[in-house]
Design a protein around this ligand. Structure first.
Ligand SMILES: [Zn+2]
Ligand SMILES: [Zn+2]
Length: 640
């Protein structure tokens, strides 16, 4: 490494800047920050002692990242953002270049230099919005904050006095890409670092394995300073707050369990108790914290409960319960969600509800500085069985955005997974992302129905073309001297032969005008003597009035005789007509096996009963689902 040496302006000891690009070095002898400004050496004052964090890293460790040249941990910067601290490790390469490795809550991000593109001023950044950084890519602004340079060890690439406020924005890109825009102590972007989450194994770093560390990873047993109840800390490395399960008081886990909020009894009784273990997706989770949150819409409070799940290797997840409906919730990388159209993993989610969620009660341990009354802007989007949720905390332009993905979990499945006795409590109403019991069958049922209708239509068309054999045709003139309805007026038609089972169509065409003809008919089987009676009427009227000309009725009438067996037949037709009018003539046609459209229609309707019912049920379910959203399908009269 291209080193640089100077003597400490405070104690005179030799200070070695091992990396040519280092601008600040903490003197190992007196603890003063020694800064390099050109050829000048300055005393930036004494740095504070290191904040005890559960880091597994130490200065001087060597590693290499994905076959890149080896590096050494040459500097450590500890930053405090007001609600916690984190470590930034400076990695020095043999050629004098460097990169950052940030360590927070047991997670690591490797961040390399990138040229600074035109970027908004610090005050113009907006949490949750996208930022186009040209060649570096497009990112979502996940966090905008200021952090205090708390202390340092070794050397650092910038000359900033300990205690300074540093402004930065954490950005999240697609596929797990991360970036940080550093604004230093000013308001214009000074540097851009781009990288991704890494494991220590990726970096070829062997974590420290000393006794102290190993002790830290075990669940710690302590006593509540308020009620002396035993406290079990299940994620000691990451827990910031503990709400005592015995008295409910909120304790600061990072400062000797200082009491922050005094309560005398636990504020709630979770359905699943703290400490319960359950296996979901093959991971044995433990419930370590429970919090009750709510939104209030038009004076009505809608509460829900969130169970914080922890597993040492997988970190944190959530189990969310609202009206006894359950979801398993996983954090998402903000850069993987399109914030403008709520698209995640190629799927578009529909906006369901926005609100302001408030923390009402807490119990157990939390990895952030949770407090009663804390509020978050929430936006929920659904695509059953999943729900995409965005939570934004904002103070001016500072704040952060978090996205998570919830998957609907059937209550009995959950009950079994967490070894709960008896039946899970009955759920109420319909959850925003509850899968509809109907939606899966609507498509296939309608497809089958469409096929069935098409088949019916085809069969009908086929029968219409091939069926309908004419058996008999006859013109009948009624003698002018007989009286309507008299036996003398009756005419016989036939005989004709029916050769196969089926219906018989009797069609009468008569040129009636403003009058009618009624035929009392009988179909007589000459062989058996069986008689089928029927009647058929033709009537046609027309004229004109103030609305113009009109007409009603028809000069044609058709009648069907069902299920006529084969045989020799005769028709007897006894006519009646308007008294005083000339008896009309008529044309008679007898056809067999005539397909009837009304039957086809009935068959089609029968086929459609279930699909229509299904759509109705599906519709009712969706109306229920959306009734409590910002976009109800049917607005209830109470809302007006
Ligand atoms: Zn010194
Ligand atoms: Zn207590």
């Amino acid at each position: 490494m291209s080193g640089f040496q100077a003597s400490c302006p405070s104690c005179g000891a030799t200070v070695v800047f091992a990396l040519g690009s280092s601008l600040l070095r903490v003197c190992e002898h007196c603890g003063v920050a020694v800064a390099r400004q050109g050829a000048e050496i300055k005393n930036y004052g004494k740095v504070a002692g290191l904040i005890p964090t559960p880091s597994v890293l130490a200065l001087g460790m060597d590693g290499d990242y994905e076959g890149a040249p080896p590096f050494r941990l040459v500097g450590r910067l500890q930053l405090d953002w007001g609600q916690g601290t984190w470590d930034e490790w400076m990695l020095g390469f043999a050629d004098g270049s460097w990169a950052w490795l940030s360590e927070a809550q047991g997670r690591f991000h490797y961040m390399g230099h990138a040229p600074v593109p035109p970027a908004p001023a610090f005050d113009d950044l907006e949490v949750g919005h996208t930022l186009d950084l040209g060649k570096a890519g497009t990112f979502v602004v996940a966090e905008v904050r200021s952090a205090r340079f708390a202390t340092a060890q070794g050397e650092l690439p910038f000359a900033v006095a300990p205690g300074s406020e540093l402004h930065y924005a954490d950005l999240s890109g697609p596929g797990g890409q991360f970036a940080t825009l550093d604004y230093g102590t000013g308001h214009t972007a000074e540097s851009l670092y781009v990288g991704r989450e890494v494991t220590l194994a990726d970096l070829g770093l062997r974590p420290r394995g000393d006794e102290e560390r190993r002790k830290g990873t075990r669940a710690e047993s302590l006593k509540c300073p308020k009620c002396a109840g035993p406290l079990e800390v299940r994620a000691p490395d990451q827990t910031q707050r503990i709400a005592c399960p015995w008295c409910g008081s909120l304790l600061d886990a990072t400062h000797d369990f200082e009491i922050l909020d005094v309560l005398s009894k636990p504020p709630m009784r979770p359905l699943i108790p703290l400490g319960t273990q359950g296996r979901l997706r093959g991971v044995p989770w433990t419930v370590i914290g429970v919090m009750e949150r709510s939104v209030t819409v038009e004076g009505v409070r809608y509460p829900w409960t969130e169970y914080l799940l922890y597993e040492a290797r997988h970190g944190f997840r959530w189990l969310v319960e609202a009206k006894r409906h359950w979801s398993f919730v996983e954090p998402l990388n903000p850069g993987d969600v399109d914030p403008d159209s709520a698209i995640y993993g190629g799927e578009r989610f529909a906006h369901f509800q926005s609100g302001e969620a408030r923390v009402d009660h807490v119990l157990g341990e939390f990895y952030w500085t949770v407090a009663r009354g804390e509020t978050t802007e929430t936006d929920d989007y659904v695509k059953p069985p999943r729900m995409l949720s965005k939570e934004t905390t904002r103070e001016g332009n500072r704040g952060e955005v978090n996205w998570s993905l919830g998957t609907y979990l059937p209550a009995d499945e959950l009950w079994k997974a967490f070894g709960q006795k008896g039946e899970p409590p009955e759920s109420e109403g319909i959850a925003p992302h509850q899968p509809s019991p109907w939606s899966d069958s609507v498509g296939p049922v309608w497809r089958s129905a469409a096929f069935a209708v098409a088949a019916i239509v085809l069969v009908f068309l086929f029968l219409s073309i091939t069926g309908g054999k004419t058996l008999h045709r006859q013109s009948v003139s009624i003698p002018p001297v007989v009286a309507p309805g008299s036996p003398e007026a009756a005419a016989f038609a036939g005989p004709f032969f029916v050769t196969s089972d089926g219906n018989l169509q009797v069609r009468v065409v008569s040129p009636v005008s403003n009058t009618w003809l009624y035929l009392d008919g009988a179909l007589i089987n000459e062989e058996t003597g069986a008689v089928d009676e029927f009647d058929v009427e033709v009537s046609y009227y027309s004229g004109s009035d103030s609305d113009g000309s009109w007409s009603e009725g028809s000069t044609t009438a058709t009648e069907y005789i069902p299920r006529v067996p084969p045989g020799r037949y005769l028709l007897r037709l006894e006519p009646q007509w308007e008294a005083g009018r000339t008896p009309p003539e008529y044309q008679l046609t007898v056809r067999s096996r005539v397909p009837r459209f009304s039957y086809a229609l009935l068959a089609i309707l029968a086929v459609l009963v279930w699909p229509v019912l299904l759509v109705w049920r599906w519709f009712r379910f969706e109306v229920g689902r959306w009734s409590e959203s910002d976009h109800p399908w049917i607005s209830s009269s109470e809302d007006e």
